[in-house]
Ligand binder design. Structure first.
Ligand code: SR1
Ligand code: MG
Length: 432
């Protein structure tokens, strides 16, 4: 079997077999720690396959004492089928990334119980009663701690894995490992940065309502330069270990708790990509709200909450990242070089300038991650669940207008207030 690049990177064990609700018990029974967590006998365990993502199998297993989750890679893209093979070993990158993230922000990622590379499976904590954030946003639920928690996750993981927060030798070892996550990076390179801007077999959009705007995206040279600059950054700037798929389907929540899951796309890339991914998905949720309005709730108040969350997320990320940097810990900008007042002032001015650059990067990636969910292969439930195609297209056109502006004007948009104002203005104005 060959992958999309023509190579063979299927590093599952010779005994790899996709699990089923029937075989999960046999897989788990010999694992002492897992069996103890579940309690009772394997015959008493209930198993349910619940995966609704694009790629993998996910089983929830419950026993008399407790529950766990088994996540297993399939050797192909679940949402497309066996015609699109994928390396099983993506689960290895997910496992390695989860370990690194858990060292930086243990309270924000699931606990790991077992990893079986041959079976391409991770056994981990069952997050209950957590809900996938995207579903909560569609349902109009408020999460008071969300902005701060995701900012803590992003600032903590990005800083700790960058040259600002880790010794160069550690970073290089990790970078050399994660640079093998080639096929999943290529998915992003194609689906986020390339396909929405050309005729591609897997693209789809609400048609005929969006035909014109899709064509405009394919013919707008300034936009294509802007998105290719972002792609170049994604390809070449290994600043930190990214989650690299930080959308609202990769976050599980209760009103009091947040957990970030699913880092199988992890690799060393530009930090703004993770920040932008989260902001993009908040904005997609924002623009989809009129499609979820009911007689009793026009969702306006909820939209205000989403924009407040966006603003708090960036301001908290900015503050926390700067705080980490002022503490230091990495090989870049060693403290002894700046040990007098003038040195410290110069360094701090540079830190502030870097955060402005990171904001501009993040804003550009926000735009790219919004557009791909409307014009590319993989869409989002926020918009897809709007049944009336005219109403859905109206929400999508607004989101695309914002996406395009974010990509082409990212260097002149300097504050999160401007982003918030832009979203509110676009939402108010009639859709052409
Ligand atoms: C073929 S995979 C489609 C998308 O699903 C994942 O969540 C990533 O976002 C990827 O681009
Ligand atoms: Mg995922």
């Amino acid at each position: 079997m060959t992958d999309r690049l023509g190579g063979s990177r299927f590093v599952g064990g010779p005994d790899y077999v996709a699990l089923s609700e029937q075989t999960v018990r046999t897989f788990l029974a010999p694992l002492a720690e897992v069996s103890a967590l579940l309690g009772g006998e394997a015959t008493q365990w209930t198993v349910r396959e619940v995966g609704d993502g694009n790629l993998n199998l996910v089983f929830i297993v419950k026993g008399p004492k407790g529950g766990i989750v088994v996540k297993q890679s399939l050797p192909y893209v679940r949402m497309v089928g066996e015609s699109w093979p994928l390396p099983l070993d993506r689960i290895f990158f997910e496992y390695e990334a989860l370990k690194i993230q858990s060292a930086a922000v243990p309270h924000l990622v699931p606990k790991l119980y077992h990893f079986d590379r041959g079976m391409a499976a991770i056994v981990m904590e069952l997050l209950e009663p957590h809900l996938i954030l995207r579903k909560g946003l569609i349902g109009g639920i408020r999460y008071p701690k969300l902005a701060e928690d995701v900012a803590t996750f992003a600032a903590g993981t990005l800083f700790a894995t960058s040259d600002l927060g880790s010794p160069a030798v550690v970073k290089k070892e990790r970078q050399s490992l994660f640079c093998n996550n080639i096929t999943l990076c290529k998915i992003t390179e194609d689906l986020v940065f390339t396909d929405p801007y050309q005729i591609a077999p897997m693209n789809r959009w609400t048609t005929p309502q969006l035909d014109d705007v899709a064509a405009e995206f394919r013919h707008d040279s300034a936009l294509k330069v802007a998105v290719q600059e972002l792609k170049w950054m994604f390809l070449s700037r290994g600043e930190a270990l990214l989650h690299a798929d930080l959308h609202t389907g990769s976050i599980m929540v209760t009103p009091n708790q947040t957990r970030v899951i699913d880092p199988e796309f992890a690799f060393y890339g530009p930090m703004g990509f993770d920040v932008g991914a989260f902001m993009a998905n908040l904005l997609l949720a924002y623009f989809s709200q009129s499609g979820h309005a009911t007689k009793g709730d026009d969702r306006r108040a909820y939209q205000v909450w989403i924009l407040e969350t966006l603003e708090t997320f960036w301001t908290t990320f900015n503050r926390l990242f700067l705080a980490h940097w002022r503490e230091g810990g990495g090989d870049a900008f060693p403290k002894p070089l700046f040990d007098d007042a003038a040195g410290e002032a110069a360094l701090d001015a540079y830190r502030i300038k870097t955060m402005a650059r990171l904001f501009a990067d993040a804003i550009g990636f926000t735009g790219a991650k919004m557009a791909r969910r409307i014009l590319g292969l993989a869409h989002v439930e926020d918009l897809e669940s709007i049944i009336d195609p005219d109403l859905r297209a109206q929400c999508e056109k607004r989101a695309l207008r914002m996406a395009r502006t974010l990509m082409t004007e990212r260097q002149t948009l300097t504050s999160i207030h401007e982003i918030r104002d832009m979203a509110e203005t676009i939402e108010r104005e009639p859709v052409r």
